[in-house]
Ligand binder design. Structure first.
Ligand SMILES: Nc1ncnc2c1ncn2[C@@H]1O[C@H](COP(=O)(O)OP(=O)(O)OP(=O)(O)O)[C@@H](O)[C@H]1O
Length: 290
């Protein structure tokens, strides 16, 4: 198993996407002839005949090195399910996902063994959840949270873990004097910053961020968004950012995919989507932002 950390050295690799998702689908239920295939008839994302929920339908996207891709859509559109499938929190029903940093993208990582998936989760991806309770051990110190992630990737050098922990906490603006405090004692914005530091522990080339600013005060939200942009610049990581808030996507994403009822209904450069939305739903989203 090999992983190229923190971006790609040669120009050829920089041309290739670091993450490719092809025809990814996730359904809850068995499906039936009425809801499968090209002429499927669904009510929103639900089959009116068998009740199967088609949470993600045939989604394809590519993320290039150093790029931030935004996924936007209303609640229930399938954004989080898509992210969960990529990070193996949820088993996709079908599809193909390749990560260039993992064996040069030779394998569909959805079909990897549990051991390979653990490696990919620890070393190729860094995950930041909306709910910090999912990403952090609230009663461990912030330093221990980072060390835990490094141990999971095979690091056993206490000095190295400590050094990296202080370095990353400093990068996310957590002062050294709070490094031994548990995240349970921190504000929501600080918890998200510790989650970001933990996600960066093993220098993963791809960060996955799921509604990371939802529920935070506006000023705290702005500081976390600034931090994310700084992290992209300093660590040269690619990011997949999920949010229901087009304002967040506008600030972060180079390209944007709009999801509705499990499908991508529109995608393009974020500026293009904002200036000239084509789909009626995207137009509604954009006008509500003005
Ligand atoms: N375990 C499950 N069983 C059945 N349906 C599910 C399950 N998990 C999710 N869904 C459905 O899948 C669809 C997509 O959900 P998902 O959470 O991905 O949406 P979302 O766009 O991320 O919305 P939110 O931000 O509210 O989570 C929704 O219709 C949801 O009800």
């Amino acid at each position: 198993m090999t992983v190229a950390a923190g971006g790609f050295a040669n120009a050829q690799a920089a041309e290739a996407p670091c993450l490719s998702v092809s025809h990814l689908s996730l359904k809850f239920g068995k499906g039936c002839p009425a809801c499968e295939g090209e002429h499927a008839k669904l009510e929103r994302n639900v089959c009116p005949v068998c009740g199967t929920v088609h949470a993600v339908r045939d989604v394809s996207l590519e993320v290039y090195p150093g790029e931030i891709i935004g996924i936007v859509g209303e609640s229930g559109s399938g954004k989080s399910s898509l992210m969960k499938c990529i990070y193996f929190d949820q088993q996709a029903t079908s599809g193909d996902v390749r990560a260039l940093p993992y064996d040069g993208g030779a394998e569909n990582i959805l079909t990897c063994s549990p051991q390979q998936k653990r490696f990919i989760r620890n070393s190729v991806f860094g995950m930041v959840y909306q709910n910090p309770y999912l990403g952090l051990r609230m009663d461990f110190s912030s330093l221990s949270n980072i060390a835990e992630q490094m141990i999971a990737a095979g690091d056993r050098n206490v000095g190295h873990m400590c050094e990296r922990g202080y370095y990353l906490l400093d990068k996310v603006n957590i002062p050294a004097r709070r490094a031994k405090d548990a995240p349970a004692l921190f504000s929501g914005g600080m918890q998200q910053r510790v989650q970001i530091a933990k996600a960066l522990s093993n220098n993963p080339p791809i960060l996955l961020l799921d509604e990371v600013t939802t529920g935070l005060d506006l000023s705290v939200q702005a500081s976390v968004l600034d931090l994310i942009l700084r992290i992209r610049r300093d660590f040269n990581v690619s990011m997949l950012v999920v949010s229901h808030d087009l304002g967040v996507i506008r600030m972060l994403a180079d390209r944007t995919f709009v999801m509705l009822d499990g499908q991508v209904i529109e995608h393009g450069l974020t500026d293009q989507i904002l200036e000239d939305p084509q789909h009626a739903y995207t137009q509604q989203l954009v006008y509500s932002l003005l």
